[in-house]
Ligand binder design. Sequence first.
Ligand code: F6R
Length: 609
Amino acid sequence: MCGIVGYIGDKQAAPFLLDGMSKLEYRGYDSAGIAVYEKGKIRVEKCVGRLDSLRQKLAGNVPVGTVGIGHTRWATHGRPSDRNAHPHTDSSGDFVVVHNGIIENYLALKEALLEKGHVFLSETDSEVVAHLMEENYNGNFEETVKKVLRMIEGSYSLVFMCAAEPDKLICTKKDNPLVIGLGNGENFIASDIPAIIAKTRRTYIMNDGEIATVTKDAVWVQDINGTPISKKVFEVNWNAEAAEKGGFEHFMLKEIYEQPKAMRDTMTGRVAKDGSHIEFPELNWTSEEFADINKIFIVACGTAYHAGMVGKYYFEQLARVPVEVDIASEFSYRSPIIDSNCLTIIISQSGETSDTLAALREARRLGSRTLAVTNVVGSSIAREADQVVYTYAGPEIAVASTKAYTTQLLLMLMLSIYVGQIKGTLSAGRAKELVAGIKVIPEQIHELLENVDQLKVFATKYGNSEDVFYLGRSLDYAVALEGALKMKEISYIHAEAYAAGELKHGTLALIVEGVPVIVLATQEDVYEKTVSNIQEVKARDAVVIAIAMEGDDRIPKYADHVIFIPRAEKYLTPLLSVLPLQLLAYYAALTRGCDVDKPRNLAKSVTVE
Ligand code: F6R
């Protein structure tokens, strides 16, 4: 994520920048900075920490000037630090940029720039953009931006300043949001509407590939070939609070809808360009060290634990390594048998969960290699593990985890393919098939999110039930666990998930007339058995809502209702089947009038034992 802002006009830039950034802190808050054109040059002030740290740093010495840009950071490349904070400059300080996104080819670009004598001050991917501007500047700001855009790959929204042309800001975007606020004698740039809503409701919503030159009196938009683009003014009619949630009623719903983008970001740089394999350039273990791993422990809490349950299937089936999945609060107290050929994978969205951190320390103490899978760069778990891979889900604000979970699943799958490739348990052809499936997942999620009317109807119809049961086998069981957790934590309905085969060993006693039973039936190898379980609960007059794959024309004969997910290969179905479960929980909570984003008794990050 990250929040970016820009101002050009007659007034002082810094007050708008700081205020706008405060409205974007939900997009990232590990460091902050501004750049203002002051007395003939660009002055940059930045520091690690929340925006308040920057305010304190600037107290009594706020940059004076009417053109500037600002950034509030959610670290991806390079841990939170003063130097990694944005804005970034070239060697001369004449070109300054703020960036939200990931420059995928930054390492190659950086190496070429280092050879030419550029000195880099940060570990970020973003800094290359400022140096590329310096390297390519030909006296024409717009043309240089276009040239640089042809060199960079990845996702971005960018705002550029150039000391030689201080009467304009240039901004552009690809796969990350950017809006321009239209004022009188002043114009504003921001990642998102909350930053500008206090100043203007007249906006241009920027599309991918559009490049805007913003002066105090005009905004001129063109594409990379110089073709002018005429933009329609979008009048914002949301209130400030709704704007912060991107127009969604709750952060949870916003985050559910951010999943296609979160998926794309998490695959960035890890799916080989030709689609043939998975790579993890950030991992420093050698192939031999990976090949030596003879056991994996996956340790986590709550939703992250459920991602680990899915991970077990992936690692065992694709990499053929035995896996134990542990709840973090249990792991440390059961004397696990671990040695240096074990890999302990610690999954944590926040990277700060106390039980998970304790488990990581215990695994290290016992001699295991450790790998953190976390969403927060520079978090305690990221710092203490031997190696770390990040889920690039962006900040998750709602207590109920959604996009963090699906990015954790995706990382589990990509890691197991990666280890399978190294260990030779996965053929090149099979790896390629899986990678092809991974690449279409964002589009399939998007498709699912376009069709939610049926889910709203079910939530209204069954939202006042006392109990709901979730059944599934194999990967469907692991997803059922997550579906039930979502339901209980935000709607307070008593929800339990069972391995469908366990039903007759006790749970069946709870199945009575009218009880909703959600049955996941996406796994072909256990399909017949799952259908038998549907019949068992139907025989007790339960109401069955099945989650099945498109094209399954048998399932409507057995279930009362069917929610279809796009057809996908078996290892990819968890990434899709959980979506209707997240949404069912969300709409059931709405039906019951619950506080969706802040469910009772729960905290986002559990930093006590
Ligand atoms: C449920 C949820 C929690 C967290 C758990 C671990 O929606 O969010 O169950 O998954 O508290 O948190 P992290 O992943 O931050 O370690």
